[in-house]
Design a binder for this molecule. Structure first.
Ligand code: DGL
Length: 270
């Protein structure tokens, strides 16, 4: 059994390209449609209800485009919408929080996990619940680190500016003795090197982009829904607005040449 239909992937902007890149690397036969809701970026400081509304509209769009699976490649949108989206839509939906939480529980030796994320993700407590669900003995310390999103988008992930922000934002997590740090935001995988410099050999880093792509792969295999071997995949990149510096920022997050972009208006007149 196989299924040639594309995988739908969405995020508040270009951050989810870190997840898309991992999906492309792990599943080279799969076609993808990526939607970045740059009209409403950033999701991090918004109310959960509002983010959920955007997410539902995007899932409806992806469903109309006949995707076989939706990946919510955004921690904030996963926190705000995943559970209710699963009640509302028949299509299979995977978020980025569960896979990272599971990997964190497997990696900790001290039973203490730190999570950095946007404010919206922290307030939702979804990482805490997902980690406790996987192992209730594991302690969780969460910290919102919204400045790191700006730092990465500015192309400063490897600079003294990033190191200063990380020194400040990870201090309590390091002091408490967490040995695992979940990078609970799409942009943070680009900060790996800077984290290692500021807190050498302190944390095992859990990257939700990697763990989510691995879950997508497992689920497609399990359901017999992989694209057939030797298919030429087709990749679409769609955005709801094209801000200044779009190409530059998208290339930073994707880490490779960005496919041609199409703009769609999912909310005409709004
Ligand atoms: N993509 C978001 C996340 O992973 C970060 C950017 C935003 O605030 O929209 O939480």
């Amino acid at each position: 059994m196989s299924d040639e239909r594309p995988i739908g992937v969405f995020d508040s902007g270009v951050g989810g390209l870190t997840v898309l890149r991992e999906i492309h690397d792990r599943l080279p036969n799969e076609s993808t449609i990526y939607l970045g809701d740059l009209k409403h970026f950033p999701y991090g400081p918004r109310y959960q209800e509002e983010v959920k509304g955007f997410a539902f509209d995007i899932i409806e769009y992806l469903q109309r485009r006949d995707v076989k699976l939706v990946v919510i490649a955004c921690n904030t949108a996963t926190a705000a919408a995943l559970n209710q989206a699963r009640e509302k839509f028949d299509i299979p939906i995977i978020g980025v929080i569960g896979p990272g939480a599971q990997a964190a529980v497997e990696a900790t030796r001290k039973n203490l996990v730190g999570v950095i994320s946007t404010e919206g993700t922290r307030l939702s407590q979804e990482y805490l619940h997902a980690i406790k669900d996987a192992d209730p003995m594991v302690g969780v310390y969460q910290k919102a680190s919204p400045e790191l999103v700006e730092i990465v988008e500015a192309g400063d992930a490897d600079t003294a500016r990033a190191e200063a922000a990380l020194r400040r934002d990870l201090a309590e997590i390091a002091q408490l003795g967490a040995d695992v740090l979940v990078l609970g935001c799409t942009h943070y995988p680009l900060l790996r090197a800077a984290i290692q410099r500021v807190y050498p050999d302190t944390f095992t880093l859990v990257d939700s982009a990697e763990t989510t792509a691995a879950k997508v792969s497992r689920q497609l295999k399990h359901a017999g829904m992989e694209a057939p071997e030797g298919t030429s995949p087709h990749h679409e990149l769609i955005v709801t607005a094209v801000p200044r510096r779009f190409n530059e920022v998208a290339a930073i997050l994707f880490g490779r040449e960005v496919p041609e972009v199409t703009e769609v208006d999912l909310w005409p007149g709004r």
